[in-house]
Design a protein around this ligand. Structure first.
Ligand SMILES: CC(C)(COP(=O)([O-])OP(=O)([O-])OC[C@H]1O[C@@H](n2cnc3c(N)ncnc32)[C@H](O)[C@@H]1OP(=O)([O-])[O-])[C@@H](O)C(=O)NCCC(=O)NCCSC(=O)C[C@@](C)(O)CC(=O)[O-]
Ligand SMILES: NC(=O)C1=CN([C@@H]2O[C@H](COP(=O)(O)OP(=O)(O)OC[C@H]3O[C@@H](n4cnc5c(N)ncnc54)[C@H](O)[C@@H]3O)[C@@H](O)[C@H]2O)C=CC1
Length: 439
């Protein structure tokens, strides 16, 4: 077991690695070599990456991929996608290619309101608190004007502050429930700064408020923080076509395909076990664009799953229907994304990704990202109701298995040829490698 270390954060990068090598890797040089191999030879670039987070000792690469042919609101895009899982980029590309010949994707931002809350305890008469709040509300707003003035010039700022009584759930618990518009920023830091200012002003004003008793004056702030639940920062995307334009085979007509597809989505609307996997497939596309564009994927994940269970049951984020011989498929998803702030103007590949998308504003990026989720879900369901997921997924995963077994170029060539006409499973790849090596 490694010893407790004090002052680790203050060590140089080299000394941090030395400590790790000594206490976790028995001074085996391989560990150090692996870490150093991933350093960037451009020292300036490396320093930039070192400074993104804390205790950085190396870089962790993920593939930076692209999916072409996305027709969104009549404009063609090539999507940047950062993801480790094979077949996601292929699936997105396949769906994009399919829908670009059928009118493409339509997307629309429904609203962009974000939420933050000051959580506090108040011991006293609730009516007096409400009266106090109504008296000082405008002062609360104006106390943050030094933070909000530039955001207001961009059309954003604080929208509303509400006092919410939560004492039915927790004794003496109240909130300032605040809503914001943050223009092209995701807004976490802006919102948190505003909230902390509201909290300070709230406490100070309470102490000066003559109508409060001494105990009522002692408002205790528990915390001030934005919410990643953003049901009003919402975007929708959809595709539609005549049923007879859908894929068909001798075993499954286009009409049967449409019905089977809708049924698959319906199952994800009522069955949580399926819905979670269904939405995971959607997030394959969403997260890949979110990561490539330097956005906060934890915030997006948390918000999307909370939205999926907003009615008390976890459900699909997509919906499908057939009406008058038209098949339509849509998604509605909360996406608090930014095209300024965070890493967006810092990471060279993020800058490139945004440039690839034509330097979108936050709303446009919300539309593009929702489309990536819908496309991914379309491709996954298409596979699930026809060939099954494994055929296409394992075809893409083959190279990973071959690399695990350190297959030579010659072995790869022979096995790729073999698996063109044979189903890829992990065990079959192992059998074929062993066969080759024994011959
Ligand atoms: C994998 C495919 C696309 C193969 O599909 P295919 O029909 O065998 O592909 P193809 O070789 O005929 O090529 C057709 C198009 O697919 C794309 N494509 C094809 N291959 C590549 C490639 N190597 N690199 C880049 N793009 C590729 C590309 O757009 C290509 O057009 P082209 O470029 O030739 O004009 C298909 O089987 C598919 O869409 N499968 C779904 C895969 C999937 O959803 N993967 C996610 C991982 S599984 C998961 O995490 C979640 C899940 C699935 O469980 C969610 C759920 O249950 O809902
Ligand atoms: N719970 C959460 O989700 C939390 C997330 N974070 C992190 O906060 C970061 C995002 O915070 P932000 O406030 O968005 O970033 P940020 O702190 O980099 O601020 C962005 C700033 O850019 C400026 N700006 C310039 N042009 C703008 C425009 N057109 N529209 C809007 N603002 C413009 C504004 O001053 C704005 O406040 C992410 O890195 C996220 O991971 C931080 C705390 C909590």
């Amino acid at each position: 077991m490694a010893p407790v270390v004090s002052g680790f954060s203050k060590l140089s990068k080299a000394d941090k690695i030395k400590w790790l090598a000594e206490h976790h890797f028995g001074n085996d040089a391989t560990a150090t070599d692996t870490l150093v191999t991933y350093w960037n030879s451009n020292e300036q670039l490396q320093q930039l990456h070192d400074e993104f987070t804390e205790n950085t000792i190396s870089n962790y690469y993920l593939p930076f991929s692209v999916a072409p042919n996305f027709l969104i609101n009549d404009k063609r895009y090539t999507l940047p996608m950062t993801i480790e899982e094979s077949s996601v980029v292929a699936a997105a590309s396949k769906a994009a290619k399919f829908w670009q010949r059928r009118g493409g994707f339509k997307a629309e931002v429904l609203s962009t309101i974000k939420v933050g809350q000051v959580h506090f305890s108040y011991h006293g008469n609730p009516e007096k608190l409400l009266l106090f709040f109504s008296k000082i509300k405008s002062k609360l707003m104006s106390s943050a004007s030094h933070i909000t003035k530039n955001m207001e010039k961009r059309g954003g700022g604080v929208k509303e502050i509400e006092l919410r009584d939560k004492t039915a759930e927790i004794e003496n618990y109240y909130q300032l429930h605040c809503t914001f518009e943050t223009a092209d920023a995701m807004g976490a830091n802006f919102i948190n700064s505003c909230l902390e200012q509201f909290a300070k002003t709230f406490v100070a004003e309470a102490q000066e408020y003559d109508n409060f008793s001494d105990s009522e004056k002692k408002i205790e702030i528990i915390m001030s923080i934005l919410s990643n639940y953003v049901p009003e920062c919402l975007v929708t995307a959809s595709v539609s076509c005549f049923v007879n334009e859908l894929p068909s085979t001798s075993e499954l007509s286009a009409n049967e395909y449409a019905k089977k597809f809708v049924r698959a989505v319906n199952i994800a609307e009522i069955e949580p076990y399926r819905a979670v996997t269904h939405n995971k497939g959607i997030m394959n596309g969403v997260d890949a664009v979110v990561l490539a564009t330097g956005n906060d994927f934890r915030a997006i994940e948390a918000g999307a799953h909370a939205y999926a269970s907003r009615n008390g049951k976890y459900r699909s984020l997509t919906h499908a229907e057939i009406k008058n011989d038209v098949f339509s498929f849509s998604i509605e998803i909360p996406l608090a994304l930014g095209t300024v702030g965070g890493l967006t103007n810092l990471h060279p590949l993020v800058k490139l990704a945004l440039e690839l998308l034509g330097k979108p504003n936050a709303k446009k990026l919300m539309e593009i990202t929702a489309v990536a989720g819908l496309a991914q879900n379309f491709a996954a369901i298409n596979s699930l109701i026809t060939t099954g997921i494994q055929q296409g997924h394992m075809k893409m995963h083959l190279m990973n298995i071959l690399n695990q077994f350190e297959a030579t170029e010659n072995e790869k060539e022979q096995l790729i040829k073999y698996f063109k006409t044979n189903t890829v499973t992990h065990s079959e790849v192992v059998t074929q490698i062993e066969k080759l090596r024994a011959s």
